[in-house]
Design a protein around this ligand. Structure first.
Ligand code: V47
Ligand code: SF4
Length: 383
């Protein structure tokens, strides 16, 4: 089913529209940035149809009908973690490590070898923060992967994992990142950002790297020529103003460095964690959030909906609300979401299925690499 949004001129000609919302629509038409207050107003008063029309206009202006995906796979080295984020369904404390997993270097390399001869372009490495898996261990893993398959882009380690490793190794952020870059790391995923504002961060994930630490790692990576992504964990106890505060800090850093590839809102899932009493957000709220992110984050070209977590149908819907990227993948091996109650228990989509999902809503699938270079435009159905 194709969701048809109102055009921007239809929105501008609507009678009885709140004058402040009309100003926002005019700014969008002129390609101008909206303020924090206007972002907040969109959360408070912007109906789904209104924000959807604006977001769709921006996404089509930037990307036409193109929707990106990539072919990647995940390595999750361990779910043992020294931190105690209340929303996490995935981690196990070190003293309970027998309930979790800890991969050795050879096991990780076997996962890479499994894709020999297959056209994957990216490996995404992310996991818990294991007290014994240190910088040296991961530098060795990176180099082994790079030596085995130099064409594979290695995107790995959240700022949370890096912050812990660098501290343990008594290195500055720049020294640590340089070591990892030399070993083979090419870009950073966006995890660990959660909600930056201390009023929320101190409740949901008090003991890990704070907002300034997270932002410093990404800023330094950008300075060293590496790109990264940014996430926001939404739909739990945060208020609209915390979302705007979070997005504002990212927008400011992007103004400074231009190093973020994409923004990825992550919907909080409440199964088997210490926040299971917190209800999950509705699909309407999810779609509004995607649309408002697209409108507010004017210097992020790409807005990603991570389908294993949202479910393929909701992810498909987001394509009419500003999203232009579905991540991937032919074989997504992540457990972070399935353990938190995500829609997709065994997240795996073939390229053909992913293309069908995109074409079914009138868009054009485009395979990209990690840095958003276009590899193939699927005008026709793939063989
Ligand atoms: O930081 C953990 C989130 C993130 C839950 O950069 C949860 O391309 C919802 O960041 N409900 C890690 N979310 C994963 C991540 C990611 C995923 C896909 C692509 C990219 C990318 C990055 O997972 C964590 C946290 O925000 N998370 N538990 C939960 N219960
Ligand atoms: Fe550890 Fe990450 Fe889970 Fe927090 S979200 S407990 S840092 S694995």
């Amino acid at each position: 089913m194709i969701v048809t949004q109102l055009s921007l001129s239809e929105v501008l000609n609507q009678s009885g529209l709140d004058p402040a919302l009309l100003t926002i629509a005019e700014k969008v038409k002129a390609g101008e940035r909206i303020t924090d207050e206007e972002g907040l107003l969109l959360f408070e008063k912007g109906e789904l149809g209104f924000v959807g029309a604006l977001a769709n206009y921006i996404a089509e202006r930037l990307h036409g009908s193109k929707v990106y995906f990539n072919r990647n796979f995940h390595i999750e080295p361990t779910n043992v973690c020294v931190f105690t984020c209340n929303f996490c369904s995935y981690s196990r404390q070190y003293k309970h490590r027998d309930d979790g997993w800890e991969l050795g270097q050879e096991q990780m390399l076997d996962m890479v070898r499994k894709y020999d001869g297959q056209p994957v372009t990216e490996v995404h490495i992310v996991g818990g923060v294991h007290p014994k898996m240190n910088l040296e261990f991961f530098c060795e893993v990176l180099t082994k992967i790079r030596d085995h398959r130099p064409d594979l882009h290695i995107k790995g380690f959240t700022a949370v994992e890096l912050d812990y490793m660098f501290r343990k190794a008594k290195l500055t952020v720049e020294e640590g990142l340089l070591k990892m870059k030399e070993a083979g790391l090419q870009s950073l995923p966006g995890g660990g950002a959660e909600i930056f504002h201390p009023d929320i961060r101190n409740i949901i994930c008090a003991d890990k790297v704070d907002a300034d630490g997270w932002l410093l790692i990404h800023e330094t990576a950008h300075k060293l020529g590496m790109h990264s992504n940014a996430t926001m964990l939404y739909g739990h106890i945060e208020k609209y103003e915390h979302r705007i505060d979070h997005m504002s800090r990212l927008r400011n850093l992007q103004d400074k460095t231009g190093g973020f590839n994409c923004f990825i809102p992550l919907k909080f899932r409440n199964k088997d964690n210490d926040m299971s009493n917190v209800p999950e957000s509705s699909i309407v709220e999810d779609l509004r959030l995607y649309a408002i992110s697209r409108i507010y984050m004017d210097n992020f070209r790409n807005l990603k909906a991570y389908w294993p977590m949202l479910g393929r149908q909701t992810a498909q819907l987001t394509l009419s609300f500003g999203v232009n990227d579905l991540d991937g993948t032919i074989d997504d091996t992540t457990k972070i979401y399935s353990m938190a109650g995500a829609e997709e228990q065994i997240p795996s989509l073939s390229t053909g299925q992913l293309c069908d999902l995109i074409t079914a809503v009138g868009r054009t699938p485009v395979e990209r690499d990690t840095l958003y270079n276009e590899l193939k435009v699927y005008d026709e159905q793939p063989a």
